[in-house]
Design a protein around this ligand. Structure first.
Ligand SMILES: Nc1ncnc2c1ncn2[C@@H]1O[C@H](COP(=O)(O)OP(=O)(O)OP(=O)(O)O)[C@@H](O)[C@H]1O
Ligand SMILES: [Mg+2]
Length: 304
């Protein structure tokens, strides 16, 4: 029988680890500590790390295990207030005015079109509203993709958990949302924003943790194959490739090899499936052949 989910905010580091584990997420102690402190101190958690190390997944798992709504703001260059916070629904406003004019009440309509009814709420505004089940998890994903003016704006929102809509007034959260900010570090995020948050660098997992992740995410993969895959991938990460494989690639590869009925790594299957693990032709060309064969031998030896 599976234990009941811990639905309230955890009150220890161990409970935080357990909460993540219930969502299939295998955390190391430093991550659990950072998350526990962020939840306890009600501060945003800023997660930085290479691609595919499990940054976004933390917010998803947290919302699921705590039973909170997940609100996701995906960042991109040019993201602005109308996409991130709110926008007036102009077509509906114009329609309302036309209808009012037709009914001979045009001037009255002009006052009533700046009401909530005509407001399109975007993620940041949604996150400040009351949610059944408690404050939502607000995921501000890949912040490094936005530009600095938006970052400055975000700083204000994260400081006070409020936004001002000139025509309506100020919207303030009763209780702050649980905020997870992620970045792939394609550029540095401003110190002022980082200072509002607790910071954690999400690193590649060690062998033991990656095996545990694989067990959790791809339980059908045999132990022997799983151990060899993890060793192989860990070796690749030490090779200074253009784009080292993340955990997502480990899981994908394990599933691919299992689908091919592989029980162990062998040179021809590895060469044929490198595209699941490496996504740049230069990296594939470098590994395919001798390097792969040597890495397989090393991976098997380490797996025992
Ligand atoms: N510690 C972990 N426990 C369980 N699964 C994990 C863990 N870390 C990563 N994963 C899995 O790896 C995959 C990639 O994770 P995720 O998308 O969160 O990475 P990311 O760091 O946000 O990457 P990107 O920077 O590319 O967005 C997910 O499918 C997730 O399930
Ligand atoms: Mg991500």
């Amino acid at each position: 029988m599976t234990p009941p989910l811990i639905s309230s905010v955890p009150n220890s580091i161990d409970q935080t680890t357990e909460l993540l584990r219930q969502g299939g997420y295998v955390a190391d102690r430093s991550l659990s500590t950072a998350l526990f402190l962020a939840l306890t101190m009600k501060r945003p958690l800023f997660l930085e790390g290479e691609a595919g190390v499990g940054k976004t997944e933390i917010a998803k798992v947290l919302s699921q295990t705590l039973g909170r709504d997940l609100i996701r703001l995906q960042c991109y260059e040019g993201l602005d207030v109308s996409a991130a916070v709110y926008e007036w629904n102009y077509p509906r406003q114009i329609m309302a005015i036309r209808l009012a004019e037709a009914a001979g009440k045009g001037s009255a309509a002009a006052d009533s079109i700046y009401t909530e009814q005509y407001l399109i709420k975007r993620p940041l505004l949604q996150a400040l509203e009351k949610h059944n089940g408690g404050p939502p998890v607000l995921l501000i994903d890949e912040l490094d993709r936005t530009d600095e003016p938006f970052e400055a704006f975000l700083l204000e929102v994260l400081s006070d958990f409020q936004v001002t809509i000139p025509e309506l007034g100020t919207v303030k959260a009763d209780a702050p949302p649980i905020v997870i900010v992620t970045s792939n570090r394609t550029r540095e995020i401003h110190d002022a924003l980082k200072r509002r948050c607790l910071y954690h660098w999400v690193d590649y997992p060690n062998v033991d943790r990656e095996r545990a992740i694989l067990k959790s995410k791809a339980p059908n993969v045999g132990d022997k194959l799983g151990a060899q895959i993890v060793n192989f991938i860990q070796n690749l990460r030490g090779m200074e490739l253009f784009k080292p494989p993340g955990i997502a690639e480990t899981i994908d590869w394990a599933e691919a090899l299992t689908a091919l009925n592989a029980k162990e790594l062998d040179a021809s299957t590895v060469d044929a499936t490198l595209g699941v693990v490496l996504k740049y032709q230069d990296d594939i060309a470098r590994v395919r052949g001798d390097v792969a064969a040597n890495t397989i031998a090393a991976a098997k030896k380490a797996a025992g």
